[in-house]
Write a protein of this length. Sequence first.
Lengths: 418, 314, 289
Amino acid sequence: MKKLIVPKGLDRRTVLKTGAALGATAVFSPPILTYAQGETPVKIGMHDPFTGTYAAEGESERRGALMALAEVNKKGGINGRKVELVTEDEGANAGIAAQKAHKLIEQDKVNFLMGAVSSATALSVNQVAHDKGVLYMVTGGHTDPVTGTQCHWTTFRICTTTYMLAAGLAGTLYKKFGGKWYFITPDYAFGHTLQGSYAKLLKGMGGTVLGNSLSPLGTTDYSSYLIKAQQSKPDVLVLLVDGQDLVNCMKQAAQFGLTKKFPIGGGLSELEVLRALPREAKLGWWTLEWYWDQPKTPHVKEWVAAYRKAYTDGSYPSARTWFGYAGLHAIALGANKAKSLESVKVAKALEGLELPPEVKLQPNKVYFRDFDHQLMSSEFPGEIIQDGKYPNVFKVADIVPGDKIALKDTGCKLDYPA
Amino acid sequence: MTRLISVGVMWIILILLPWWLPMIGGYTALGSKVLIYAIATMGLNLVLGFTGGLSFGQAAYFGLGAYGAGMTLKYLALSTPLAILIGTLVGGLAATILGPLVMRRRGIYFAMITIAIGQLFYFVMVRWNNVTGGEDGLAGFGRQDIHLGPAVIPISSSGDAFYYLVLLGFTVAVAIMWVILQSPLGHTWVAIRENRRRMEFLGIRVERYVWAAFAIAGFITAFAGTLNAMLFNFTSPQDLHWILSGNFVIMIILGGMRSFFGPLIGVIIFVVAQDYLSSVTGNWMTFIGMIFVCIVLLFPRGVLGIFNRRAEAI
Amino acid sequence: MELLLFNAFNGLIQGVFYALMALGLALILSLNSVINMAHGGFLVIGAYLAYTLIPYLGFWGALIVGPVLAGVIGLIVERILIRPIYKRVDPIYSLLLTFGLALIIEDMTRTIWGPQGLPLEVPDIINSPVSEVYFFITGYRLFVMGVTAAAAIGLYLLLRYTLLGIRIRAGIRDLETTAALGVNIYKLRALNFGFGCIFAGLAGVLAAGVLGLTPPMGNSLIMPSFVAIIIGGVGSLFGAVLGGLIIGLAAGVVTTYYPAASEAVIYLMMLIVLVVRPRGLFGEEGLFE
């Protein structure tokens, strides 16, 4: 069964419907869309959660990838061949993600892989892609080992590392509010490394960690952690939880009146999360990895307009949308530069590759580091606008270039085949 | 005789799977996954279908097997047979030790106590994260080639070779289960399922038999878990969660819990339907849900029950 | 010590949620003999309907109408899907059916309202701390406790003093005899299922004020609610409420000393209770065994 994803008609459901309809007929009839007659298209396989807790983030990444797909095909595809995107739902389940990666490679015969919102799926597909020797562009999934201790030559990553997230905001918080911090940290690798990075940076600046509460992923009740935090009377309460957990935690902090007592800071926040916050919980200092409102940066306004034209559900592009967009573009840029579809050659071509202005959509230089395949994109620390109505919910204070804050020693040794 | 023929045909189909599955649009890893889940569910069915205990926490032993195998490969030794052995022992012994807590309970209490034990193991794997990788899962290990004297079976690089290892495991597990079910032990299980009280009156130590079923099922599911860890060289706490336990039970009912090969049929339907539907439609959960509803309303004896009119007459 | 007190109280509030969920589940389990895995689904339905209705009815109107609509949907589901399987003795079928139903409801919710989280705005009056020192006693939490208590008392009065309630209690005790005495048990079970779904919907609206709305939001509450029922004892509504409060309290207390075990503790408690008292605190012999 072939699933052809049509580059126009960007609405998810139409694409899926068309895909299903084409799937049904593909066995009996030749593909309807042919680019250069006789040439098989280049296939990019994308795994992401479209169901479950991370469905909103996964959908954003998919939309970004589809926008990039349309642009790449308009400009002549990859090496003159048309590009197709095959998407698979993994529901943020690492086992299913690995299974879908096998499916994409073995059954759909994709040339490249991309995707991931949760770190667990990024790690499991990282393994599959390396076993199969297929280039894998991690879109989300921030945990450090992906481009650190468990890095592979096959894997590149768009989103920033947890260390970069911490480093992007730590200085601002310290200068503004002082050096006694209390942390609420999600109890898994992402949280641990993020908190570790923050603690290191804080001590480096002369501050102290008053305490750190580890909360399990998917915690619904944060009051016990907030009670402890309140008792320590911190200068800043740092919330490192993400996604729906952050929504719950912020709502409860606001209902307890804690948000009026001391400033709230955090690690990662996302536009999808900010949208789900009620007014009383809309505050604090956070890092975004991309923001749609950059009046001075070229191409951003046009890109946002293009997104709004393609998706008329009232949403604005988020950092996740940009991950998907930049991820697919990066693959195309690398393959076109290498003039090949061989993963090794494309990987080599991507090392040090700089994203052009119309793709990077941010002021600083954005490129893949050659020694760990981590994209050096910027952090956007800033403050939530309490009375802001979606999409005007965030005030960017600074745009910090990634290579200024990223660690050089990540523990990565690339394992290219001999 | 017809049974022998149909089983023979099934084996030929399974042996040729790496050849025909890609031709009809599948992939070998899917075949491996089906067989692994089939081992696990057929093991669980010893308790569920044959002894009549609603075990709802079987994923715990599946996951313990997976972590046992993964941690062996990661921290102890680069040996596939050793990983399988240790993983199977870890999961199986856990079930054996905990069996006495379970064996006295019946019905919904049996289900809930097995869930409780399963969830405890789940939280251990999530919380003990500097060893298990916590929520991110256990990665960074790989299955190793098997050396048989001078011959090397390249399961580390070849998905097909690994499939045949899984098929071998499936065959061995099926043979063991078949022998057990034909033995007095198996007959006693069925008798307990049909009328527990009568067996008690007959002086049978019912609890010990339930314990035996639970322990043996634990070993077999743990064995499946070790293979599952090596299938993608990855395992995560989701492999111990009660949702997976629930899915195992559902696969069994789907196929037919009263028949030996019923779970296999259920696994094929569930795994393949989920794999296929989630690729073609964003609303795959609705379709899966509808399959469940239809099975319950129309084919309560499972898919195999459709062919078995006698069972249907109940 | 102060921290322990804080956490204990806080756990108790969490327990109120479990109790509310467990009450609906226990009603359905006792009379309909259905292990309702879709209970989390009805919770989500109630919450999303309330969210949709708030612009028209305001928070207070939506708080009533949302759960009632969830109950109406429950009635329809009962008539079409649940009624045909009452004759199956094995509870495994209701489990499978409602599991499928839960998948369908979650998927439909995502299709209708989208995958992103939505905020449920709570009126300011009940949305701030009542006291400076005991800041964790928020107006909203007191409100949740009040509503739950009112719902539980309402149910108690209904069961104790109305004809319908007496019939429901009789049915829980002995369904065959109740039927033989001329009670239409199909109608009785349908209404009872509806009541259970109203409780789920109410829990959903209340939870949405703390948690926000997402399609899978019911999944994290369903298992603790089952635990509450088992600890309290199957067949006992009072037991379900008590079980909910106990596990909330236990989780709160354990959080003070060893936060890593705060979720595991409720399963550990269930394990201990089942070993010591095989049928829970107030359970009766013979039900669902």
